[in-house]
Write a protein that binds this ligand. Structure first.
Ligand SMILES: Cc1cc2nc3c(=O)[nH]c(=O)nc-3n(C[C@H](O)[C@H](O)[C@H](O)COP(=O)(O)O)c2cc1C
Length: 171
């Protein structure tokens, strides 16, 4: 993945696909933060690197260099937050599933448009400073993922895929 610009029209399409998901009760129990340009650098340095340093006092130069450029690997990073609400009929589980669907739609749309795209959490999706910076409520909301979008330098390698015989059975 290389970080060349993603045209605004493509980003709009990707975001529109992202929020067009199954959502029981139309509660919209998710939020999206689009991170680009200087904000990526800011988050890399002031949140990711700074939190990493706090937890890893003996980190070496290579590790610090990696942490200081995490988001900047992409052209755009879309953070998806699961923001469930209390509801008398609709279980929180379904709201969480719906936020996964947001991530998957963003990813599928970006990949269908020919972009390199990856759903990552890494360690900083579980960091409270990151959660709160993105507008999440501590102990209530969760980061479902960061959807990295950039340009391909080559086709990704295919991975080992599940054996359908082991996963799928007919009743
Ligand atoms: C919730 C979630 C979090 C993930 N986080 C990571 C991660 O932090 N690092 C990573 O290498 N892959 C992570 N993955 C896996 C990648 O998204 C992806 O499956 C992998 O890069 C291979 O892509 P492919 O399955 O499309 O070939 C995560 C997947 C999910 C569903």
């Amino acid at each position: 993945m290389v970080a060349k610009t993603v045209p605004k029209e493509d980003l709009k399409k990707i975001l529109a696909a992202g929020i067009r998901v199954p959502d029981h009760g139309a509660l919209n129990p998710w939020r999206i933060k689009v991170i680009t340009g200087e904000k990526m650098k800011f988050i890399d340095e002031e949140i990711i690197l700074s939190e990493f340093k706090k937890e890893n006092l003996d980190a070496n130069e290579t590790q610090l260099a990696t942490e200081s450029k995490r988001l900047q690997r992409a052209s755009v990073v879309i953070a998806v937050l699961s923001t469930p609400i209390k509801h008398s009929k609709i279980p929180e589980w379904e709201m969480i599933l719906s936020s996964g669907a947001v991530c998957m739609n963003l990813l599928s749309c970006a990949q269908s448009l020919g972009y390199a795209s990856q759903w990552l959490t890494e360690w900083y999706a579980y960091n409270n400073k990151m959660l709160e910076y993105l507008g999440g409520r501590k102990n209530l909301d969760k980061i479902s993922g960061f959807i990295y979008i950039g340009h391909k330098t080559e086709e990704p390698n295919e991975r080992r895929r599940p054996d359908p015989e082991k996963i799928i059975s007919y009743l």
